[in-house]
Ligand binder design. Sequence first.
Ligand code: ZN
Length: 690
Amino acid sequence: MKKTILITMTGLSMMLAGCGGGQKAPDKQLEADTVPADFKYEVDAFADLEILRYYVPGFKNLNLEQKELVYYLSMAALEGRDILFDQNNKYNLAIRRTLEAIYENYKGDKNTNDYKEFEVYLKRVWFSNGIHHHYGEEKFLPTFSKEFFADQVKALPANLVPTREGQSVDDFIKVITPVMFDAKIMAKKVNQSGGDLIVTSANNYYGEGVTQKDVQDFYGAMKDTTDLTPISYGLNSRLVKEDGKLVEKVWKVGGLYSSAIERIVFWLEKAQTVAENDKQKEVINKLISFYKSGDLKTFDQYAVAWVEDLNSQIDFVNGFTEVYGDPLGIKASWESTVNFKNIEATKRTEVISSNAQWFEDHSPVDKRFKKEKVKGVTAKVITVAQLGGDCYPSTPIGINLPNADWIRKDHGSKSVTIENIMEAYDAAGAHTGFGKEFMWSDVEVNMIKEYGFVTDVLHTDLHECLGHGSGKLMPEVDPNALGEFSSTIEESRADLFGLYFLGDAKLVELGIIPNADAYKAEYYKFMMNGLMTQLVRIEPGKDIEEAHMRNRQLIAKWVYEKGKADNVVEYKVRDGKTYVVVNDYVKLRTLFGDLLAEIQRIKSEGDIKSAKALVMDYAVKVDPVLHKEVLARYKTLNMKPYKGFVNPVFELVQDKDGKITDVKISYSEGYTEQMLRYSKEFSTLPTYND
Ligand code: ZN
């Protein structure tokens, strides 16, 4: 649920540019708008990061009002950037502004090691929206000297050093230097284990002196267990201690972060004038009211209206949304995306959904565990047009919102797959040499070139639209019966449902897979990844912890073991390198079906003993020798483990009377260029937001 973040990097999916997902038959009246052959995805690379750009297919074919709407929502998406910096750590804006001032005023030698390392550090701060790693949460340290830093700050014109009122430049340096350079100070943005989780987390969601117990007592007292529609307590505020008393400082117009929120509201008001319909107008209207009042009841009304808005082509997320940045999961970071429905690709998910009962009836699980009446979820396939806040530059490939449980239950949720981002990952992965290094032969490499992307998105569709919703629990079984193993088992179940049907002739009949052999591409990739290549994300000596990674190894290892007698899948060694080879795809499919049946039984019966055995036997442990080999081979490819994106640039075209006649989109802005421009054009917050 929630965000699906493609943490990969492994080039797990690799496919040539320009090959969209599935059936992209362009509308007859309109000229097809697909990725140009010369579109350059790669923008920049540094540290463990690679910056890509994404194309927005179909933007040209929107009507003028829709384009304007995308423009205004995109502006609103960029205005919240500083909020996120400040939420992540209270010194982030001071540090970013100092570094930018140095970057723009530097007159020394740019070939020194200090300067080069300084540039990398600045790029990393931009990428992470602060001084902590965007994924690992730990503070990354500058690799230039403290002396270099101090000299550069002192060389700046005094008005460019973001000192506090009355603070001297020397004092400023004294305060900021340990925050940047000392590994022990503010070591983790989010601490999930050990000690007081609030005190030891370096985020800015709680004020000085607020403890974990304070927070739990404060919000615990607010909760009313009889309320069937509870608000998301504490979602949009910082909790601080004033004169020993806990108070919430609400993020709203007139409250904390007001100057940025006012700008967001400014653009939303413009967006409202070109809304596609009344429902969408209501959505925007509710969001504006929420930003003005800070009232979480209004936020829920907005979320309900948003989930009900199914007819608009343009859609967006804008606000305090995900709570991963708070170890207690209460405070939400600010994020935004602007997108529009990929109508052709969404037809694919509608076909899947409308046949949900057929899939349920034909799944290999025991009849007792099947739903008599199943309802597929239609996952929209979208094209993203702008990313902001916590979705930029690192972005999810899928989003499932809203987060409030009662809204999901009573009003449903929207699940989206961001196809143009997946496409960019794929295209960029195609040139890395990853396939050549890890795949057994040209047969596999070519198969994945041809069908890798189509079957990858189809697997995701089946997983999301059908997999999670299939099957039923026995009446007496507690939905939480599988405890700590539940997410690995649940993800395995959804993945297996997708894998099993990917190889079914029904998909050819429905016209959503090109032919009866295409599924082999995803099968091969899945096995290679689960048995071998996903290990590139694990540090030597460590076990597999993350639920999705556990699920993939669980499936791959189980079918490998069970198919051993028939040599269904094997490891082959050539020139001292290990490869995964699939010998029998038909039997492999049967094995996926067998495991699906067993996992559904475990889930339906709440059999935690078997769940534990499966996870422990197959999902957690890593073969240290193979692991070492995979890491060494991966290293030679020089690939970056994490990727992010620059946005396209939108520009209003006006005639001599100021009337808007078009919105232009361009893709030429570089990474540094974009970051510096955002820091000038979309930066209204004070450096210190106490
Ligand atoms: Zn899932």
